[in-house]
Design a binder for this molecule. Sequence first.
Ligand SMILES: C[S@@+](CC[C@H](N)C(=O)[O-])C[C@H]1O[C@@H](n2cnc3c(N)ncnc32)[C@H](O)[C@@H]1O
Ligand code: SF4
Length: 452
Amino acid sequence: MYTHTSESRELNLVVSTRCNLHCSYCFLHKNNSYIKEDDNIKKALEDGSFFDNIGKSLDKMNYLKSSFTAINLWGAETTVHLDLLSKSLGRIFNEYHNINQFNFSTNMAYDVNQIIGLLKTIEEVAPRPITVNLQVSIDGPNSVLDKTRMVKNEVIRYNVDQIIDYCNSHVMKNLAIAIIYKTTIPYNIMAEVCSSKSSYVDYVGFFNDEMCRFESRSINKRLTFKTPNCISCAPVAPTDFTTEQGIYAADRARFIDQFDLRQEGLKYFWATNLPLDLYNHPYKYNEQYTSSAACGQGDNVLLFRWDGSIVPCTSAIMEDDPNYIKEVEGDGQWDKGIDTILPWFIYPNRDDISPAEIKRQLQFKKDFWKYHFQYLKTVTLAMMYDMAEIKQISELYRSDSRALLRHGLKIITRTACYYNNMKSNGDPFIPQAGIIRIACNGILEFADVKGC
Ligand SMILES: C[S@@+](CC[C@H](N)C(=O)[O-])C[C@H]1O[C@@H](n2cnc3c(N)ncnc32)[C@H](O)[C@@H]1O
Ligand code: SF4
């Protein structure tokens, strides 16, 4: 979670824009400019200019390399050029001497030797302890995966096993690794999974089995396995849930609650109530008053491309490319976003942009995040009240101001995505009504009653 008080920064890097998969919900493989960009990335990693360019940008921004504490890799499939990146790791750990975390997400279906090679290199060259958080995008059992990622679980499992076995046969002094499974669930799949007890148990049971399998196979205490992001799955963005879908999801949440999953022999029987999870349930009540829910992109979190330019969102890696703009113009969903996102890119290395202008842009980002949450809180609560009046969501939010505030603060964790707001509404301060429609039709009331 991004905090405004922290001085530490995250160095996010776009290390590939190519992918071996074609996931149904992913935008990355659907545009040619991503493919072309990948050649530039590969070349810059090969000739070393990738990190030279980022270094030049940081100098121009007057940012110290020592202010970075984490590296996060972004891309299409992050692992396709890991061998090239590994060659620069010694240099990176020395130059950015406060980095102690290395994070990336992978489909785990490309070439596991690239990942093992990276782990080996980190262990060899890291001058201090490094934690690697390895997020594996795996949407569930094959019945789900066949529809979303079109890859078999057996492939992912085989590759995860290679990593476990590697760790089992190596003493790791400077390295701690967490394998973190993550699900991304489109609404129609969520509805399908939750339509019967057996399909639901199939979903939950899958993660239960994976956890048990890990426990029986791994003997290295420095390797851990987590599934929090399957318990709280990510909904596909952009999202435009309808009132009917909201009512259905609320019904499903109650339906699922009737299952006594312990009887199914599930060790992690508590694992998940998918409809509730679409809004990060369960929530910690007190945290809602202090969290900003913001990603902090462009402020403490800087997402660099190979040429040293800074991208405004992990979903907007190529949105300033003229070819990209030409391709998506007129496709409806993206029209508003394209116009509004362009001023949010920062190009520290461009000769026609002065240091004063770079400073202004960076200050703008700082100010933006400082006030974004407060504005959005007000707008979200006002929208909830109005939507309750016209019966798009539960009328509770008109009559019970405590519930309005409590649940409003809850769903801000979803409505505070400035980029998706821009894409949907052309304005970072107007939340997607669909998020409110699905969350405020009884699901959160139900969560309250359950005492979550
Ligand atoms: C874009 S991928 C890049 C890393 C890697 N290829 C992977 O799949 O993990 C990062 C994450 O974004 C998620 N994702 C892709 N398209 C999405 C969308 N339209 N809405 C929400 N998440 C999405 C993926 O499921 C994945 O977990
Ligand atoms: S593996 Fe990742 S980048 Fe590739 S298509 Fe799927 S979500 Fe997109």
